[in-house]
Design a protein around this ligand. Structure first.
Ligand code: PMT
Length: 223
């Protein structure tokens, strides 16, 4: 099929970047996601004809042309933004590195130095992907898995547990791919009509090329 038009008529909602979980007015917990992978997905989806909504945590990246961008900071804000747009989505791709935990209480004032050690109490954040996948009429859901060990095992578990159509696993123990790099390499996992686990290796390439390959795989599941 020609590149243009593969996703015409489809609304893709994509998350990108890290989340920031505030500790006090001047500090936060976060991670090394740059947003490059999620922005590449949004750019390529737009190029393939889709209507694209990108819900982005804080990044240094320019908004992709022709894409609706909603900027958020925390996981809770990301979930609220997703819920405001998800009803019309055909596909949801969770590429953001969402913090699994947030502060139990955010301090209203800057925390002052006290003893030699201090403890921060954390509570679980909502799982955005699982929340979207458990809607009554869910969009086709695609997850990412960033692991440093047992990549295949954890990816397969997330595929099942979060009820996803597809999961893209990256081994982030290799710092030349994954977080903040320009290249990525992934293994895609999904179940065929008979419930058999299928997998496809995407060899190391620029994130634009990896994004296009993921979107072509997604397209094969639509209609
Ligand atoms: O942004 P870059 O620098 O380009 O790096 C890209 C990337 C490494 C961040 C990206 O390719 C990637 O792997 N993103 C997912 C990172 C992640 O948080 O993985 P996870 O295994 O912790 O989460 C699994 C899935 O659940 C992800 O789709 C995640 O978006 C989702 N999730 C996780 C926690 C949570 N509270 N809500 C979620 O929706």
């Amino acid at each position: 099929a020609p590149a243009n038009g593969l996703l015409t008529g489809k609304h893709l909602v994509i998350t990108a970047g890290p989340t920031r979980e505030p500790i006090d007015p001047v500090r936060y917990l976060s991670n090394h996601s740059s947003g490059k992978m999620g922005y590449a997905l949004a750019t390529q989806a737009k190029r393939l004809g889709a209507q694209v909504t990108l819900v982005s945590g804080p990044t240094q990246l320019a908004p992709p042309a022709g894409v609706k961008v909603i900027n958020v900071e925390s996981a809770q804000e990301m979930l609220a933004a997703i819920e405001s747009v998800i009803a019309t989505a055909d596909v949801f791709i969770g590429c953001a590195a969402v913090a699994d935990y947030r502060l139990a209480e955010v301090a209203g004032q800057k925390i002052k130095k006290q003893q030699d050690s201090m403890q921060l109490q954390l509570v679980r954040n909502p799982d955005i992907l699982a929340t979207v996948a458990s809607r009554v009429n869910p969009p086709l859901c695609v997850g990412f898995a960033a692991e440093t060990q047992n990549v295949a095992g954890y990816a397969e578990d997330k595929l099942k547990r979060k009820r996803l159509a597809l999961i893209a696993a990256n081994d982030v123990s290799d710092t030349s791919i994954g977080f903040n790099s320009d290249d990525n390499a992934m293994t895609l996992y999904w179940h065929d009509a008979d419930g058999q686990l299928c997998q496809r290796e995407l060899a190391r390439a620029g994130k634009a090329q990896i994004a296009e390959a993921i979107l072509r795989q997604v397209h094969s599941f639509l209609d």
